[in-house]
Design a binder for this molecule. Sequence first.
Ligand code: GTP
Ligand code: MG
Length: 204
Amino acid sequence: MQVTSAKFKVSNTDVAKCPTDAMHEYAFIGRSNVGKSSLINMLTGKRKLAMTSATPGKTTLINHFIINDSWYIVDLPGYGYAQRSKSEREKLERIISSYILGRPQMTSLFVLVDSRHKPQKIDMEFMEWLGENGVPFAIVFTKLDKLSRTAGVANIEAYKKELLEHWEELPPIFITSSETGQGRQELLDYIEELNQLPVQTEFS
Ligand code: GTP
Ligand code: MG
């Protein structure tokens, strides 16, 4: 799929105020600073569409972007940023979980993990929670440009092995770099495939 247009639509703290038109939407989540907003900019080819920062905790709202006037990308706040106060963290967690559990039109959630790190407890627990709640998700490895090819392959293989200790099968997996554009076409093609399905407007 080609991205011909990508525009900011709206930011919210309340899932009830998110767009109500029945369009497929794809949300990006993961630890703070993992590269969610950068990946959205890479996918859309617009460097300044989603706000990025070298300091963790940049995105604090549910941000909707409309792509090709026909589907949404959603940039979510990151989880697990230790420098935030407990009440601030809890507030963000409430925003994230109300969105994730309250959007039947979210066709897939992309869970981003930094390819440089070993599987982190917080990510594993988060994915377990998604599984318990029947949320469809895929895993996106980020920042591959920061590793040698061999180290990248080794880390991802180790990650898959660990996942298979918790899951019977692996979710779809994408390997990306927002610096080099690696994985862009694969992700867009996956979204295009899902866009062919009917949009779910309520939970079955
Ligand atoms: P929060 O909104 O704070 O949760 O962060 P985020 O997950 O949206 O991360 P963001 O896209 O703001 O990126 C965080 C930092 O990582 C920035 O300094 C980016 O330039 C850098 N970064 C993101 N993706 C990549 C990548 O693929 N390669 C490299 N080298 N740096 C990246
Ligand atoms: Mg962000």
